[in-house]
Write a protein that binds this ligand. Structure first.
Ligand SMILES: C[S@@+](CC[C@H](N)C(=O)[O-])C[C@H]1O[C@@H](n2cnc3c(N)ncnc32)[C@H](O)[C@@H]1O
Length: 254
């Protein structure tokens, strides 16, 4: 049977048993799309494919200075990105694949003392750069967490916003990571993909490090509890694709 049909049937059963609307309920058992391995592949990829997309090699901490380059302001317009995120004081934000913490330090003053930024990465060397910078700048609301390839190690149901800038396409296990990210979000929380636009030939980034909006939407299909609420297309090279976790709506009792 078609796996999407199976996902739908699981949701329907959940609705009948639990008395909640289908749209709000994650499938009890999610159908996991298969990973494929191909010998012929892009040298910048790992030869592992997910839904027909090759997964990119992880950017090493040795290249961290590229993340702090001056030209980034012109190429990525980070201030526009931060504005589009509609950050409010007191929010709990996870910067997953935080790297050297470029966005953590832009978001930290906006959430203030009542909020916090959780910087998660799989490379301790990247987290060490964040710890060092936070000490120098006397920033106390950034917490670092060492994740694994399958788990960003975030608190369940507590995060208001998860930001992934130039990261998702590097996940070796995108399905498993997304399951954990969705689980970490509070109801109404947002999952934000910032990816270099594959649709635009003029964006000068290696092919496997770019993603189309269509591909992101396809890879979110196993997660019906997440709704695609907005795509911001105003950044020079990237698109900002935003999903919101649906609120639980109990059916009124008759
Ligand atoms: C290209 S860098 C982007 C860093 C940062 N987001 C920025 O824009 O400056 C990608 C980062 O994602 C991290 N990464 C890759 N796979 C990851 C995973 N499964 N969980 C957490 N971080 C991951 C890498 O270690 C690296 O620091």
């Amino acid at each position: 049977m078609n796996r999407w049909l199976l996902v739908g049937l699981a949701g329907l059963v959940a609705m009948l048993v639990g008395g909640v609307s289908l749209a709000d309920e994650p499938p009890k058992k999610r159908a996991k799309p298969k990973y494929e391995y191909r010998d012929k592949h892009d040298p910048n990829g790992i030869g592992k494919f997910y839904m027909d997309r090759e997964i990119a090699r992880v950017m090493s901490y040795q290249g961290a200075s590229w993340l702090e380059r001056k030209e980034r302001v012109e190429e990525e317009a980070p201030a526009k990105l931060i504005k589009a995120l509609e950050i409010k004081e007191g929010m709990v934000i996870a910067d997953v694949g935080a790297g050297s913490g470029y966005h953590c330090f832009l978001m930290s003053p906006l959430v203030g003392k009542k909020g916090k930024i959780i910087a998660s990465d799989i490379q301790q060397e990247m987290l060490d750069l964040i710890i060092k910078k936070a000490k120098e700048k006397k920033v106390t609301n950034i917490e670092t967490v060492k994740g694994t390839e399958k788990d960003p190690k975030l608190p369940v149901g507590k995060v208001d916003l998860i930001l992934m800038v130039d990261v998702y396409h590097e996940f070796e296990f995108p399905f498993e990571m997304t399951e954990k990210l969705v689980e970490a979000l509070a109801p109404g929380g947002r999952l934000v993909f910032v990816e270099f636009r594959l649709e635009d030939d003029k964006v000068p980034i290696l092919l496997v490090h770019k993603m189309s909006e269509r591909q992101v939407l396809k890879e979110m299909m196993p997660f019906p509890e997440m709704e695609h609420t907005k795509t911001v297309g105003t950044l020079p090279w990237q698109h900002v694709i935003i999903f919101t976790k649906k609120q639980e709506k109990k059916e009124p009792k008759k």
